[in-house]
Design a protein around this ligand. Structure first.
Ligand SMILES: [Zn+2]
Length: 282
């Protein structure tokens, strides 16, 4: 765990009648952005002057969102949970933990039992491992009253399920066996004002989340983008990902510039290093 820094925070904003709280669950200090980007390395390097000699960037957060709207208490991405120090997220990407999602929720008065929905943007480790908690060798739902929702292709068609030791099989499987996992396809209304929208590319079932309330809007973009350079260069995309599908929502969700670029807009991707007006998490 890092000591308290400006990277460790919880931040809340009203979106119409909804309340959106952002919590930073961790900081990556070595994302190999330039090697991963399918674009000329010299052009990417000019656009990412902060990259180190290996083309890696630091200070990339894992920002999860909580939405309180009507009677719903919705967590968007449960983060990494209790991280195994042998995980490649730690050894390769140099992930440092903050105090984490639980502390962030507690800071705004929310207990795990109060969460009604957990929306999982996609089945990559840094976004869903925190969905469950391990007790006595068993994976149990961390949010016991919640309905967990994920894009169909990240569960039904996910080849990781064939490996019984994969995090997908162990953790999402544990939720599925308890009847807590729901899959969605196409635009999926979760509760009035909250919709999961398909934005495949980062993974086949990757989804983004739109919150609309009283004429105000917030988009949680998951891994639609990883860095501002991808917004400025929409033809650049991380290797092996489906650019057209990924960018289908781009004009809609980013027409005012993502939050990292323009603080007056209401869009945010997961690995931003800050969002809203941050305050330290105590
Ligand atoms: Zn990610």
């Amino acid at each position: 765990m890092v000591t308290q820094t400006t990277e460790e925070y919880v931040a809340t904003r009203r979106i119409g009648d909804a309340t959106v709280t952002l919590i930073n669950d961790g900081i990556f200090d070595a994302i190999p952005l330039i090697p991963w980007m399918d674009a000329p390395a010299d052009a990417v390097r000019r656009a990412v002057p902060e990259a180190d000699a290996n083309g890696a960037i630091g200070h990339s957060g894992i920002i999860v969102a909580h939405v309180r709207i009507g009677h719903a208490s919705i967590l968007i991405d449960p983060g990494v949970g209790e991280l195994d120090p042998r995980s490649w997220l730690v050894t390769d990407l140099k992930l440092r933990r903050t105090r984490g999602v639980q502390a962030g929720l507690a800071a705004v008065g929310i207990q795990p039992e109060q969460i009604t929905h957990v929306l999982i943007t996609h089945a990559h480790d840094d976004h869903f491992l925190g969905a469950t908690v391990r007790r006595d060798g068993q994976h149990l739902p961390r949010y016991p009253q919640a309905r967990y929702v994920i894009g169909r292709a990240d569960w039904a068609g996910n080849p990781a399920r064939e490996d019984p030791d994969s995090a997908v099989a162990l953790r999402l499987g544990a939720l599925d066996r308890r009847g807590l996992l729901a899959v969605v396809e196409g635009d999926a209304a979760i509760v009035p004002g909250v919709t999961m929208l398909p934005a495949p590319g980062e993974s086949p079932g990757h989804s983004i989340v739109h919150v609309a309330s009283a004429g105000d809007h917030f988009y949680y973009l998951g891994d639609l983008f990883h860095h501002t350079c991808e917004v400025a260069h929409l033809d650049w995309v991380m290797a092996h990902r489906n650019t057209p599908a990924m960018m289908a929502h781009c004009n809609d969700s980013c027409k005012n510039g993502p939050y990292c670029v323009n603080r007056s807009s209401r869009c945010l991707w997961s690995h931003c290093h800050y969002g809203f007006r941050q305050r330290p998490l105590r």
